[in-house]
Design a binder for this molecule. Structure first.
Ligand code: SF4
Length: 474
């Protein structure tokens, strides 16, 4: 893969790299529509491609393409997807000729039939596994690590009594992050890696079981939350209901803390911790640890908004809206030329001049990657007449790349590896800068175990010996 960093508008905006949704109607009704609505609610997890696969009798059909859910699916192509079991996927990917082929679900035909797979996360040993498999004659159609999982599940299925047994055997080979849906003609098998990096939850409405990356997608289809899939658990949904296998739940979980800071929707609940509450807590901690005299607290949309409310609650400084965001920039947006580059943040974000003029502003954002965007936003506030801009970041400084499915770039591209906090503050043109204390991250999630490797370098799973993030996508 040639990862092309999105330099279009907010050049150091981070991306989640996938969302999954599955549904099984025990009474045999068509279910593709449910997956459509579920994916729609998960659109924030991936905007470049999406797809739905359905199982009708013993046949698996699918439709996938580049684009947003409402661009790819029409009433016509959705109506052609009949079946009572379905899985879907939304994906963030990169530009390039092969990306369409990399859209998911992946549908694999093998000697025992057909499997469809949807995967959120990144494996750290995908390159090694793939090389080994290729040396033994395997042929791959895509450049995504999910195909390695599909291949392993299909291979293990040949000598297993069931798909879930094959998934368990495949889990013994793969390392890294995966929340996985595997659809076989009469079963929906769901698995979460033993660290639980990525979320996965189960809900039910009437005769329909649903499985989703986030609870906001359960809400979208009116399903009631049943429970999260445990880190390391395999849950199988059949006509007889749910079955659980917890034999691989033997690791200390390492949930991605950045789900709570940025990725997940604030109306989602992951492993019992409410994302909205986590962001409020981050804002409150920032107000305690980096207090400042100011007139107004504002958030950089979207994830900065909730943390800004938390800051306001703890500091007593009024909360306001300073930015208007254009949410309609699609995949085909034409990148501005160099002459417009400096204006490019404005295409996505504009300042409400009347709100900030003459005021001392506390601006809360979720992270700083390279610093270019934050500098432009600070400048926009100052140009609009803000007297002072105090930047508060609801995460610690990024110092290390992520190998588990977040596109945090390599360490040399991260501003915090080259400058002190004061130096960054100066580069941003801010009046002060404060980050969330890395030792207080746990307070956001009420004592859950979490991964903070992009801040600390303490990887729960050994990272690959070389940076494979250019070779595989999730
Ligand atoms: S390294 Fe950071 S972004 Fe990656 S899983 Fe860990 S906390 Fe999440």
């Amino acid at each position: 893969m040639n990862r092309q960093w999105n330099d279009l508008t907010i050049s150091d905006e981070l991306h989640e790299e996938c969302g999954v949704f599955g549904a099984y109607d025990l009474e045999g009704g068509d279910i593709a529509n449910w997956v459509y609505y579920g994916l729609f609610a998960l659109q924030h997890r991936g905007q470049e491609s999406c797809g739905i696969a359905v199982s009708e009798h013993r046949d698996i059909r699918y439709y996938k393409d580049m684009g947003l859910v409402n661009e790819v699916f029409t009433a016509e192509n959705l109506n052609r997807l009949h079946g009572d079991i379905a899985i879907g996927h939304v994906r963030y990917s990169t530009a390039g000729s092969s990306v369409r082929a990399n859209a998911q679900p992946l549908v694999t035909k093998y000697i025992k039939g057909t499997l469809a797979i949807a995967h959120n996360g990144n494996l750290v040993n995908a390159v090694d596994l793939r090389e080994k498999l290729e040396r033994s004659g395997a042929i791959f159609q895509t450049t995504i690590d999910s195909e390695v999982i599909a291949y392993l599940v299909a291979r293990e299925r040949v000598g297993s009594r069931s798909v879930e047994e094959a998934v368990g055997k495949a889990m013994q080979h793969i390392r890294g992050a995966y929340s996985l849906l595997v659809m076989s003609p009469r079963k929906l098998t769901c698995a979460r890696d033993p660290y639980g990096f990525k979320p996965l939850c189960i809900g039910k409405k009437d005769s329909v079981y649903v499985v989703a990356s986030e609870t906001c997608a359960l809400d979208a289809v009116g399903a009631e939350f049943i429970r999260d899939v445990l880190p390391g658990e395999i849950v199988t949904i059949t006509a007889d209901g749910l079955q659980s296998n917890t034999q691989y739940c033997n690791k200390k979980p390492a949930r991605c803390i950045f789900e709570y800071i940025y990725f997940a929707r604030p109306d989602s609940v992951i492993d019992g911790a409410v994302v909205f509450d986590a962001r409020i807590a981050a804002g409150k901690i920032l107000a305690q640890t980096h207090p400042v005299e100011a007139d107004l607290v504002v958030g950089v949309p979207e994830s900065g908004n909730v943390a800004a409310m938390g800051f306001s609650l703890a500091s007593g400084i009024p909360y306001g809206q300073a930015f208007v965001k254009n949410n309609y920039i699609g995949r085909t947006f034409i990148k501005p030329g160099q002459s417009l580059r400096e204006q490019s943040v404005r295409i996505k974000l504009n300042v409400l001049k009347s709100v900030v003029e003459g005021k001392r502003i506390v601006m809360i954002d979720d992270s700083i990657v390279r610093g270019t965007t934050s500098a432009r936003i600070v400048q926009m506030l100052k140009n609009a007449g803000a007297k002072e801009v105090h930047v508060r970041i609801s995460s610690p400084p990024f110092k290390f790349p992520c190998y588990f499915g977040t596109d945090i770039p390599s360490g040399d591209q991260l501003i915090a590896n080259h400058h002190s906090v004061d130096g960054i503050c100066e580069l941003l043109g801010a009046d002060s800068l404060g980050y969330l204390d890395v030792n207080r991250l746990g307070e956001m999630v009420g004592g859950l175990d979490y991964c903070d490797a992009c801040f600390t370098g303490n990887y729960p799973v050994d990272p690959p010996k070389r940076d494979i993030r250019g070779d595989f996508e999730s």
